[in-house]
Ligand binder design. Sequence first.
Ligand SMILES: *[C@@H]1O[C@H](CO)[C@@H](O)[C@H](O)[C@H]1NC(C)=O
Ligand SMILES: *[C@@H]1O[C@H](CO)[C@@H](O)[C@H](O)[C@H]1NC(C)=O
Ligand SMILES: *[C@@H]1O[C@H](CO)[C@@H](O)[C@H](O)[C@H]1NC(C)=O
Ligand SMILES: *[C@@H]1O[C@H](CO)[C@@H](O)[C@H](O)[C@H]1NC(C)=O
Ligand SMILES: *[C@@H]1O[C@H](CO)[C@@H](O)[C@H](O)[C@H]1NC(C)=O
Ligand SMILES: *[C@@H]1O[C@H](CO)[C@@H](O)[C@H](O)[C@H]1NC(C)=O
Ligand SMILES: *[C@@H]1O[C@H](CO)[C@@H](O)[C@H](O)[C@H]1NC(C)=O
Ligand SMILES: *[C@@H]1O[C@H](CO)[C@@H](O)[C@H](O)[C@H]1NC(C)=O
Ligand SMILES: *[C@@H]1O[C@H](CO)[C@@H](O)[C@H](O)[C@H]1NC(C)=O
Ligand SMILES: *[C@@H]1O[C@H](CO)[C@@H](O)[C@H](O)[C@H]1NC(C)=O
Ligand SMILES: *[C@@H]1O[C@H](CO)[C@@H](O)[C@H](O)[C@H]1NC(C)=O
Ligand SMILES: *[C@@H]1O[C@H](CO)[C@@H](O)[C@H](O)[C@H]1NC(C)=O
Length: 418
Amino acid sequence: MAGARGLLAAAALLGFLQASSSFEVKDSSGKVCIIADLTVAFSVEYKSNGQKEFAHFFLPQNATVESQSSCGNGNKSHPILVLGFGAGHSLSLNFSEHADNYQVEELVFHYNLSDATLFHNSTAGEVKKVSHKTTIQAHMGTKYRCINAKHVNMKSVNITFSNVTLEAYLTNGTFSTNKTECAEDMVSTTAIVPTTPKQTTSQVPTTSPAPTASPPNPAVGKYNVTGPNGTCVLAYMGLQLNITYQKKDQKMGLDLLNFIPQNTTSSGRCDNTSAFLNLTFEKTRVIFYFVLNASTEKYFLQGVNVSTTLPSEAKDPKFEAWNNSMSELRATVGNSYKCSAEENLQVTDKALVNVFNVQIQVFKIDGDKFGAVEECQLDENNMLIPIIVGAALAGLVLIVLIAYLIGRKRSHAGYQTI
Ligand SMILES: *[C@@H]1O[C@H](CO)[C@@H](O)[C@H](O)[C@H]1NC(C)=O
Ligand SMILES: *[C@@H]1O[C@H](CO)[C@@H](O)[C@H](O)[C@H]1NC(C)=O
Ligand SMILES: *[C@@H]1O[C@H](CO)[C@@H](O)[C@H](O)[C@H]1NC(C)=O
Ligand SMILES: *[C@@H]1O[C@H](CO)[C@@H](O)[C@H](O)[C@H]1NC(C)=O
Ligand SMILES: *[C@@H]1O[C@H](CO)[C@@H](O)[C@H](O)[C@H]1NC(C)=O
Ligand SMILES: *[C@@H]1O[C@H](CO)[C@@H](O)[C@H](O)[C@H]1NC(C)=O
Ligand SMILES: *[C@@H]1O[C@H](CO)[C@@H](O)[C@H](O)[C@H]1NC(C)=O
Ligand SMILES: *[C@@H]1O[C@H](CO)[C@@H](O)[C@H](O)[C@H]1NC(C)=O
Ligand SMILES: *[C@@H]1O[C@H](CO)[C@@H](O)[C@H](O)[C@H]1NC(C)=O
Ligand SMILES: *[C@@H]1O[C@H](CO)[C@@H](O)[C@H](O)[C@H]1NC(C)=O
Ligand SMILES: *[C@@H]1O[C@H](CO)[C@@H](O)[C@H](O)[C@H]1NC(C)=O
Ligand SMILES: *[C@@H]1O[C@H](CO)[C@@H](O)[C@H](O)[C@H]1NC(C)=O
């Protein structure tokens, strides 16, 4: 955390030095389809003579748009921006579109550890690759704007974006006038009261929105879906939505909504490898989409779609968010997934679905009852402490018992000699 903060502060200080750079991707006819204007800071962990070292550097302004960049081809391939720099390093932003949105589906970073200018005395010399999904998402026909830092943390590499303006699926060759602002910016516009211009530029964004008392945990509801062969989704859970939205006055609002089980209706459908659980509470609907991986015999939550009506102070009261590349609530077919800890399912950077005390089973459900339980990692970690304490106590008892037995034997021996 301290490292990231330091880097952030450095990025803010360097702000005027590290001007963001602009990159464009054109198709074969010369039409611009992606423009990206961004500052990117990297922090990479590597080994040097058996020691952990960190390299900190920025995407240089003279980075080049590589030939692998493309505007995509219908639904055969997606638009991609590949930025090469230094001795064989590259950062690529892989875009995809869905319904009315586009997003940076995946971020891929290749770095060449044999580049001694960045990785002093690196033991390894090969080119490494890391990749991650991102929450960089915008409405079609709008530019994505995010001035505040957005961190993407991966194994051994942290990438921090700031001062970003980008747009893909361009039809007009220039940025659209309408923009989609990231949640980070909406938070800071309310949190930072402009005092002097100097102060605002160097201020690290605070992440506390307008204070709202968090509501109590939602009540646990029981939901089921019946498929061609009987019950195919059985779910017990408390459900809460957390939506960040823009108000008419440009400030940020937060909508926290607990589903009331009595007033929630469930529907849905199942086939052999996919299942929908559709929960409707007043004007709010959440659709959970589960898939079955037949080869691994596991099912998991792949998609969530949220639609709701926001308070009237919202700029746009109709809200919809979806994410179709999730991998949550995973369990083996025939077993149920259980988690007592709260789980926050990130749909987009503006919408979270929080589930409480969840137990769920999808596809094969024998006798309409939950099968063997597969506990979530969060619960297992919580369980570990009592187990360790228990094991330590058991060990102590054993030591005392052995000591007692040895003592008894000694004193017996003593009696016999007398
Ligand atoms: C990435 O960020 C995390 C959390 O801020 C930190 O613990 C980790 O050391 C960072 N890794 C690198 C390579 O900077
Ligand atoms: C953001 O980028 C724009 C365009 O490159 C630049 O003019 C501006 O100074 C940058 N702002 C910060 C805070 O770095
Ligand atoms: C990019 O700029 C750096 C200095 O900022 C320089 O060392 C390097 O040679 C430049 N690379 C190219 C390809 O121009
Ligand atoms: C996408 O692919 C499907 C079949 O895979 C085809 O039916 C559809 O027309 C394609 N759409 C576009 C926009 O190319
Ligand atoms: C690299 O290693 C050499 C010899 O082991 C050492 O003298 C030098 O200080 C090291 N450089 C860095 C930047 O760690
Ligand atoms: C392209 O964008 C400009 C500026 O936003 C706008 O004035 C113009 O009408 C657009 N052209 C088309 C063909 O959409
Ligand atoms: C931009 O947003 C305004 C208000 O939401 C809307 O009326 C307008 O049609 C939008 N323009 C474009 C080009 O999408
Ligand atoms: C849930 O189960 C009950 C009782 O078995 C049944 O009456 C109801 O129709 C089921 N609901 C759905 C959506 O399948
Ligand atoms: C709601 O979402 C915001 C922004 O992502 C976050 O700061 C806040 O902690 C969340 N609150 C709850 C109760 O999940
Ligand atoms: C739940 O629904 C009932 C009947 O429609 C209604 O009277 C009640 O006010 C609702 N409760 C809440 C908290 O919305
Ligand atoms: C979800 O339920 C709502 C209301 O019951 C219905 O209008 C909608 O079509 C359903 N969607 C799916 C995918 O089942
Ligand atoms: C229902 O059961 C039949 C016979 O066991 C099986 O062939 C079919 O795939 C099952 N359908 C679903 C949706 O599970």
